[in-house]
Design a protein around this ligand. Structure first.
Ligand SMILES: [Zn+2]
Length: 141
């Protein structure tokens, strides 16, 4: 999905969350919306769908260190990005779509990435993980 699509759908989802859940103030949804395109920074590193950026690893660590509402919403935002990156059509599960472990042409160092099915499992399981902190946070509020 293109950056504009991520921004549009994440904005839509977070505004709905803000309207539906009283415990979420408007100021808390601004950062998650702003970072909704963050995983695609790897477009500049010639290894798009980089394993580190297209996962919630970084955000899980940040949330673990400071467990607050904005952090958990930020992790949800990344999870939603990964969910929106999933393609339903199996014929498109290749090339640009797959998760790369590391790949750089300039260093003559190639590493194979995930296969299509594993990429889909990776993206969806990371989305499921991203729901956990916000759920725990909303229960405790
Ligand atoms: Zn992406």
């Amino acid at each position: 999905m293109k950056s504009r699509g991520h921004l549009f759908y994440n904005t839509f989802i977070f505004v709905i969350l803000w309207l539906v859940i009283d415990k979420i103030p408007f100021s808390a949804i601004l950062l998650p919306i702003a970072i909704s395109t963050f995983p695609d920074v790897d477009l500049h590193f010639e290894s798009h769908r980089n394993m580190v950026f297209h996962s919630v690893i970084i955000w899980a660590f940040i949330c673990w260190r400071n467990f607050n509402l904005i952090c958990t919403l930020a992790m949800l935002s990344i999870g939603l990005h990964l969910l929106l990156d999933i393609r339903v059509n199996r014929l498109k599960w290749r090339g640009f779509y797959t998760i790369k472990i590391y790949r750089s042409k300039s260093l003559f160092f190639f590493t194979k990435g995930f296969r299509g099915r594993l990429t889909t499992v990776w993206l969806f399981s990371n989305f499921l993980i991203s729901i956990v902190p916000i759920t725990l946070k909303l229960i405790s509020l």
